[in-house]
Design a protein around this ligand. Structure first.
Ligand code: ADP
Length: 272
């Protein structure tokens, strides 16, 4: 009686086992070899993809121009920010720092130029797609926290999650975790007017993080804080990057924050 040859698997490269490969030894060897080759090929592809993505970075802006009437504010900005990088943008008042940050944040549109964030060509999105993209990918922290005065801390934090369609239970759970992380649990039912400046800004940070964005953009985040609260906020940004992996772009006049950053970019005469 013919003994059936049992081999692990029945296919090579997805094809049925051919008739001429009756020998268990040959078949098994080829099977192993092809598996090794497949693994090698996938390994190379994975590495190339990883290398390309790392090179691509988190934010890629190319040839960004922006004018308001006759005032040419940005005159061709090229900017490449890697994942998990913390970059400070500095420059004289009126140099165009906030304008650039608003363009990166998709709150404003460049007159021309390309912007890619986390692999998405932002210019190609329509208004609805852009709003959803912004909601999911970008968190904002402004100098003035812009918390809604009639809502409590936890309600303010949940707002971007609700806008993104998250249910109340999940949003509340996430907000409570963030409040605990930011040492604000006992302030969750306080309204903004019942919080200190530093606490208000930490609530604003929690609101920026609720949708787990890839990028956090901050415009003079410590500009309105006393030096101790400012220092705590700056340290928090680095802790968040280390523990949650966000990329930070921060417009600041604060020399300490700029010095702590991975990189400082200066805007002058509409260029960097
Ligand atoms: P920075 O953040 O470096 O202080 P901004 O980006 O806020 O500078 O502003 C750069 C220049 O663009 C300033 O001269 C400002 O007055 C002008 N500007 C900014 N936004 C507008 C706008 N919406 N309309 C007209 N001019 C603007």
């Amino acid at each position: 009686m013919e003994k059936k040859v049992k081999t692990k698997g029945t296919k090579i490269l997805g094809l049925p086992r051919p008739n001429y490969m009756k020998s268990r030894f040959i078949y098994t060897r080829l099977h192993q070899k092809s598996n090794t080759r497949i693994r090698t090929v996938f390994g190379i592809l994975f590495f190339c993809n990883f290398a390309a993505k790392s090179k691509q970075g988190m934010i890629q802006a190319t040839g960004i121009h922006k004018s308001y009437g006759n005032l040419e504010v940005l005159k061709g900005i090229d900017l490449h920010i890697a994942k998990r990088e913390i970059v400070s943008i500095v420059g004289a008042s009126g140099a165009g720092k906030s304008t650039l940050l608003h363009i990166i944040g998709t709150l404003d549109k460049a007159d021309c130029g390309q912007l890619r964030i986390d692999g998405t060509e932002v210019n190609k999105l329509n208004d609805t797609e852009l709003a959803a993209f912004r909601n999911q990918k970008i968190g904002f922290v402004f100098q003035f926290h812009h918390l809604l005065p009639e809502f409590t801390a936890i309600e303010n934090i949940c707002i971007p999650a609700f806008i993104g369609g998250m249910g109340k239970k999940e949003a509340t759970e996430r907000a409570e975790k963030l409040l605990a992380y930011l040492n604000l649990s006992d302030r969750k039912d306080h309204k903004p007017s019942q919080l200190s400046g530093g606490e208000q800004q930490r609530v604003a940070v929690a609101r920026a993080l609720i949708n787990q964005p890839a990028v956090v953009l901050a415009d003079e985040p410590s500009g309105n804080l006393d030096s101790k609260s400012a220092q705590e906020l700056h340290k928090l940004f680095f802790r968040l990057r280390d523990e949650m992996g966000q990329t930070f772009v921060i417009v600041t006049h604060n020399p300490e924050l700029a010095a702590m950053s991975d990189r400082t970019i200066t805007i002058k005469d509409g260029r960097i």
